[in-house]
Design a protein around this ligand. Structure first.
Ligand code: APR
Ligand code: PHB
Length: 390
């Protein structure tokens, strides 16, 4: 088979890139190692920046998002048992975020891909990017026991943090930066009304807690947990009891509990691979960088990479110019590092670390008090949360 761009990975990055390229008339094939059902069963974050929404609009997949997504102009930060509202819209000239699950975004993109009639190959084994340092890259894969080859102009590595693409780059050509955090998040999804109309980020001496949602009848809650903790250690009742302990009095009293429909633990880490381009292989999304979820930036960063990359490829085919591709890595990374910084900062300010002593605790509280009390600091948080300009 021959195509212009072979996309590895059918997460939000790969699917959105495929849809943008389709809109620009650029042929592409998506290879995904899992089944479509498996991809849709993953529960992930759910806060979309305005720039993310705009790009989904551009490819015509925002109808359900506008119907079902919840527009939020603020978040709440809780510490010392008191909640403080950050007026994001008021601090950023009216910018907002939309609460809409990544699973739903993926679902909408899959539907659009089907309607576009472009090829997606699910359950493709042993996907291997080859010869991307030359003019004629190839990708081989095995489907139903038979080996196939796709010859292409470019390979887009949208295969997430455990993907094959960045592992295929010669060791000396790639530099990685990382930070592990000594805790994870235990998350549950439940068909219960959210405790509050806006997200609540809570710093508590027992650990961080987050109240989020998916709809007016579905909630998503998280608790900071240890790295060796296991889902089996937490009955629903234990989860709700611990959440109530960490929330402010009013939230604890109004929290509606119910059976969980999903429960999982994810460790927190920061990771960046530089550069994001190796000849004719370009990385995008989690394949190139991971952020802890505290700033709600993971999906939005994947989308911003794809925006830069799709424009660069359009320029290559329409204007016969490689300038956009040459700049892709540095442009994407400039925005990535700012989100890495923001996510690290939110994480550091709100969590209890094993070495958090009374001094560190007081400094965290002073920082939170400054953030909610200073117009400059509130604006800084708000403009990062709603998304920095492209
Ligand atoms: N061959 C083919 N597909 C692969 C391979 C491989 N060797 N390795 C991984 N994949 C697929 C995965 O199964 C997954 O469906 O690549 C896809 C990567 O998707 P995501 O992990 O969702 O990554 P991305 O599209 O970059 O989206 C970033 O996902 O993890 C969240 O916080 C993150 O919200 C952000 C978003
Ligand atoms: C979520 O709803 O899953 C969510 C929201 C905000 C975050 C992280 C996760 O910062």
């Amino acid at each position: 088979m021959r195509t212009q761009v072979a996309i590895i990975g059918a997460g939000p990055a790969g699917l959105l890139l495929g849809q943008l390229l389709h809109t620009y008339g650029i042929d592409n094939v998506i290879l995904e190692r899992r089944s479509a059902d498996y991809v849709l069963s993953r529960i992930r974050a759910g806060v979309l920046e305005q720039g993310t929404v705009s790009l989904l609009e551009e490819v015509g997949v925002a109808t359900r998002l506008h119907r079902e997504g919840l527009v939020h102009g603020g978040i709440e930060l809780a510490f010392d048992g008191v909640r403080h509202r950050i007026d994001m819209a008021g601090s950023t000239g009216g910018k907002v975020v939309t609460v809409y699950g990544q699973t739903e975004v993926t679902h909408d993109l899959m539907d659009a891909r089907k309607a576009a009639g472009r090829i997606s190959i699910y359950e493709a084994d042993n996907v291997t990017p080859l010869d991307f340092d030359g003019e004629r890259p190839r990708v081989t894969y095995v489907k139903d026991g038979i080996t196939h080859e796709i010859v292409c102009d470019f390979i887009a590595g949208c295969d997430g943090s455990h993907g094959i693409c960045h592992q295929s780059v010669p060791e000396g050509a790639i530099r990685t930066y990382q930070r592990g955090y000594p805790f994870g998040w235990l998350g549950i999804l439940s068909n219960t009304p959210p405790v509050s109309p806006e997200l609540i980020y809570t710093k508590h001496e027992r650990g961080f807690a987050l109240c989020s949602m998916r709809s007016p009848t579905r909630s998503r809650y998280y608790l900071q947990c240890t790295l060796d903790d296991r889902v089996d250690n937490w009955s629903d009742q234990q989860f709700w009891d611990e959440l109530k302990r960490r929330l402010d009095r009013e939230a604890a009293d109004t929290l509606v509990t119910g059976p969980s429909i999903e429960k999982s633990i994810a460790p927190l880490r920061s990771f960046v691979a530089e550069p994001m381009r190796f000849g004719r292989l370009m990385l995008a999304g989690d394949a190139a960088h991971i952020v802890p979820p505290t700033g709600a930036k993971g999906l939005n960063l994947a989308v911003s990479d794809v925006r830069y990359l799709s424009h660069a490829l359009r320029e290559y085919y329409a204007d016969k110019s490689s300038a956009g591709l040459d700049d892709y890595s540095s442009r994407a990374l400039a925005r990535v590092w700012k989100a890495v910084r923001f996510s690290w900062w939110m994480t550091s300010m709100m969590h209890r670390f094993p070495d958090t002593d009374p001094f560190t605790d007081r400094v965290q509280l002073a920082e939170l008090s400054y953030v909610v009390g200073s117009k400059a600091a509130t604006t800084s948080l708000a403009e990062n949360y709603v998304g920095l300009p492209f």
